[in-house]
Structure formats: structure tokens, C-alpha cells
Design a protein around this ligand. Sequence first.
Ligand SMILES: NC(=O)c1ccc[n+]([C@@H]2O[C@H](COP(=O)([O-])OP(=O)(O)OC[C@H]3O[C@@H](n4cnc5c(N)ncnc54)[C@H](O)[C@@H]3O)[C@@H](O)[C@H]2O)c1
Length: 432
Amino acid sequence: MDLIAMIKSKKAKVAVIGLGYVGLPLAVEYAKADFEVFGIDISKDKIATLKKGKTYIEDITDQDVAEVLGVGRFHPTCDYKELQKADAVIICVPTPLRKTMDPDVSFIVDASERIAENLKGPMLVVLESTTYPGTCDEVVQPILERGDRKIDRDFFLAFSPERIDPGNKRFYTKTIPKVIGGVTKKSTEAALSLYGNVIENVIPVSSARVAEMVKLLENTFRSVNIGLVNEIALMCDRMGLDVWEIIGAAATKPFGFMPFYPGPGLGGHCLPIDPIYLSWKAKIHGFEARFIDLAARVNSVMPKYVMNKTAKILNDHRKCMNGANILILGIAYKRDVSDVRESPAIDIIGLMKRMGAKISYHDPFVPRLNEEGDILHSVPLTKETLKRSDCVVIVTDHSSLDYPFVVEHASIVFDTRNALKKFGKRQNIVRL
Ligand SMILES: NC(=O)c1ccc[n+]([C@@H]2O[C@H](COP(=O)([O-])OP(=O)(O)OC[C@H]3O[C@@H](n4cnc5c(N)ncnc54)[C@H](O)[C@@H]3O)[C@@H](O)[C@H]2O)c1
């Protein structure tokens, strides 16, 4: 039976490399769709947790993991040799930036090397990690073609951008349309058959490079628009205008306007990083990506703006940052997730601490934070905690937070997310 027929009949075995926010939901989805799945991760802790039938991300429940383990269709492992049993492999490893702000594709290289070492028969390899156009054919393909292996004979190679939005209950792995582009036509065809089994809507594009660029356009679009609205927020602050009221009114226009909202800064593994992958690649082509660089500059000043505005709020109450008790509400990079990667809260905490503030935080999703070597623990959200604070700063608007309780007991709340919209104008509320 050829590879595509095996995939279509679900006889193909699937391996997912990297079981994080992207890889774990995908592995579970394939196992639920009756595929036998090998989930490979270098983290022994993650594999041990999964083997116990437990999860470590919000979008997947213990029950999801236990169910696919129980029927013997999910095999979490640290052993790359399991790749020898796989017919299709999906790579979901991290793509961070180096300290020099260059793309770090070493995780992709490492995963590709392991695949090459264990590639037995015809195999479909799909890269899902967000990366610059050209990664599949410039980086992955040469590794897989070492020796006398050839694409379209010994393996197929495609890119499919991951669009998962952790914490989003409406759109999840199965219901988010999936763009797919192969390095070759046969690769596109093979990847379409793989994803067509578990994703409701698959969208073929003409090449892996196109698919790689699609993801970077999507995230650059968000980063630039957030940069624009952050700049408008800074402008409105100078002009004494309420930016939230303005965006709300502009959003009543039924065409030609899409609301984006200002905030304390960009966070997460995607928006602060992905556009930089694109501007780096553009530079190699002698092209300066001006919007990307400008948006990154505007977005990166937001934590400092939050710190300065908190200092001003304290000053208005005859207090100063040095020695003030500041309670940060929410430190995850966005609502209803536990991920603190690149979270603006971390920058804000660091800036305020350097000014002498005494910082505590409350986040129902993040019990513990390692802030530059200092271990902070989430404090309970009590009347005493709120009353003791000179200023409460809402950095992440988790939906489970008891906002009426906060407004009732805090002397002053600085709301960087418009979480207190329904409270209207109040003396103890200051908005971004
Ligand atoms: N998190 C998101 O919302 C999101 C959305 C779209 C795209 N992406 C992209 O998807 C990719 C993965 O992101 P993520 O958020 O899932 O990251 P993550 O850190 O949550 O997960 C990555 C996993 O890969 C494992 N890993 C690292 N190197 C490995 C290796 N050589 N072999 C096996 N496992 C390895 C890590 O232990 C970790 O469990 C990134 O490129 C990211 O930009 C993420």
C-alpha cells in the first residue's frame, strides 16, 4: 500500500516531535481519530506526566490524555527510535530568537537530524514550527537527503503553519482551517491527506515557502496593528482622551475597520518573535521590513509606559514607587492561560522592582514565578491583600478573577486591559 493510501485508511502511524502547546493537542487529535501516535519530547518530566494520564496544558484535559492512552493509541516517549515505526512525522519544536535577535532554528535542525537517523521507509515529514520562508527546503530537506535519499522517493516534506490560539474555546485544532504547502506537489498531496483526516478545512498552497510566509504575514499583521493601537493609546493619554471609548465607537463601522486593543505589551512565543524571523529573512534579500521594526519598537515600550503611569498614579496619591506595595493581577502573557513566556508582566515587575517597589502578584494559572532568580508565589486574592496594596495593576485579564471584589477593596486599580469596562468611571479606577 502506498503512503497516501495508508494515511487515508488510517493505517499510517504518526509521530509528533515536541509535545508543547502545539504538539500535544495535535497528537491527541490524531489518536482520537484512530491513528496510532508516538509523541516524542526531550522533556522527561512531560513524558512522565503524560504516561500517568495527566496533562500540563489548559487546552487538553487529563481525561483526553487518559482516553487515548487507555485505548493504546498514544505512546509518549523520549526515545527517537520510535520514529522507525512512523509513516508520518510532524515537527512542533520551539523556534526562539538568539540573544543577537537572529532566528534560532537549532531545535528544527536537531529534530530533522533525529528523523534522518531513523528514517526507514517512505515517510511524510511536516514542519509546523513557525519559521522563515525557506526553512523546509534550505534547512530540513538537505538533512533528510543526506546519503542517497531523495525527496518524493524516500520522503515527502511539507510546511503547515500552526494557528492554535491557546485558551480559545471556539476555535481549536480540529476547527481551525489549516494551510498546507509541500516542497513538491506529491508532498502537498501527502500532507493534505494526513491533515484531511483530522482537520475540518484544509487549504493547499503552491509551496512550503508560501505556507511559511502565510504564518508570518498573519502574526506580523497582528503585531503591526497592536503596535498601531498602542501608539494611539499613548497619543490619547497625552490628549486626555479615552482610547477604549474611541476603539469601541470606531468598531461600530461595519466595514473597513477591525478593532485591535492596546495593552501592557506583547507576550507569548509568537507575536514578539515571529515578525523578527521575517525581518531577518528580508534583510538577507536586502529588504528592510520597516513596519515590523517600528511595531516592535512601539510594543516594547509598553511595559515602561505601564511602570511610568503607575508611578504617576502613586504620585497623585502622594506616594512614590520606592517602597510602594504593588499587586500585579495576572502575569500570564494572555487571558486564561498559564504561559508566561515573553509576558510583559515580567518586564513590568522587573522595572518596578528596580524602582524599589515591593511586588506581589496573583494569578490563578501561575502559582510560582522565577523572576531573574527570585522566586515569587501567587498570593491569595483577599480583602487584606487588596487593602495592603498601594496600587493594584491588572496586567492580564483572566476571566475567573473576581473584579467586583477587587474594585470594592482596592484603594486604586490601574487597568491596562479594560477588564473593568462595566464599572464605568470610578475614582479608584485608572485605565491605560
Ligand atoms: N503556543 C502557541 O500558541 C503557538 C501557536 C502557533 C505556532 N506556534 C509555534 O509552534 C512551535 C512550538 O511552540 P509551542 O508553544 O508548542 O512550544 P512549547 O515550548 O510549548 O513546546 C515545544 C516542545 O518541544 C520540546 N522539544 C524541544 N526540542 C525538542 C527536540 N529536539 N525533540 C523533541 N522535543 C523537543 C520541548 O520540550 C517542548 O515540550 C513554535 O515554533 C511556535 O512559534 C506556537
